[in-house]
Design a protein. Sequence first.
Length: 389
Amino acid sequence: MNKLNFYKQALDRKLEQDRFRQLRFVDPSNSDGLLNFITSDPLSLAGHPHVKKSTIKYVLKWGSGSSGARVITEHINCHHEVEAKFAKLSGYQSCLLFNSGAQVHALLIPLLVDQKSLIFLDRGCHPALSKGAYASKATVIRYDHNDFTHLGELLKEHAECKVSTKLIISESVFFNEGDLSYVKPLSDLAKKHQALLYMDDTYGFGVMGENGMGLTSHKHGIDIVVGSFGKMLSTFGSYVLSSKLMKEYLLNFSPELSGSIPIPPAILGAIDAMLDLIPDMHAERAHLKQLSQYFRRSLFDQGFDIGRSASHIALLHFKAQEEALDLYNTLSKHKIQVTLLRPPATPANTAKVKFILTARHTKQDLFTLLEILSKWKRPLLVEALVDSK
């Protein structure tokens, strides 16, 4: 028996199921008409001259890397300066930068609760938040997506329970649906029931909220705000906004956080420059909002199911995976990059096609995309009409 047979057979099954994935390589300087709707840089900041200059400046001044763990060694001043700048712009007392975007929830959520705690988790939350919640020792209670009446009933139901902590978890912009949360009702419920409120503002940061600092910026009643730079700024790491007390708690009770290697100076330089630019990018945000509204309305008019989408993230919902795959392949042939979501990322036998709009997109880009979508959709509409007769 070959020791690699298990892995080969697993890959063969992926191929048979048409779910085999490979890395795709694209040269941004030679995209040759490629339309990108999978970007993690909706404000096109990664290549901005100010960002490039700041990156080089930080490397020249601070070097290529950090000296060691933050609590073990004195971390260089640029970390403190960028954190203080971020906190001030967002309206929070403290900011903590962390070197991983993917692991931040798995690290923070279990740290905030224990076996006597209750977590109230929105059913629409991203899998990373769910994994963080279920990895903790707390009891996890799911509430219906964006249903604050249901959340209120659950909090009231458990009001007399002897618990150490109650933690409400939600997102500002839900990546799975593209719809928005409402911070005020959540913070009101958290205050009423003495619960901590934990918000992931990744997909609101840069494009929404006061001066583009996210839907949680300058909002009262939120105890922890978390976001990933890699998802919206096309860079590296994550951030945690909180009170000074909560920051000190995280540093003192998390060996992984306090002992981690800080974000490299080059990345800090990029983040610092982006924080200079984002507050003044009102025109770009207005353009993106207008494009998003037009795109969602056009998709709806063409007969697509766009679910609850209310942001620059738009999803087409399909009851048959084959239809979604056919659309994905059609768009790929026209050099249009989108994301195809299938189980387990979606419910069984369903699929979604995801579009992420950016401030760089133009109305002509959307005209091109919508024309292709219309031509693909037309035979299905005719078929449905014939079947109805």
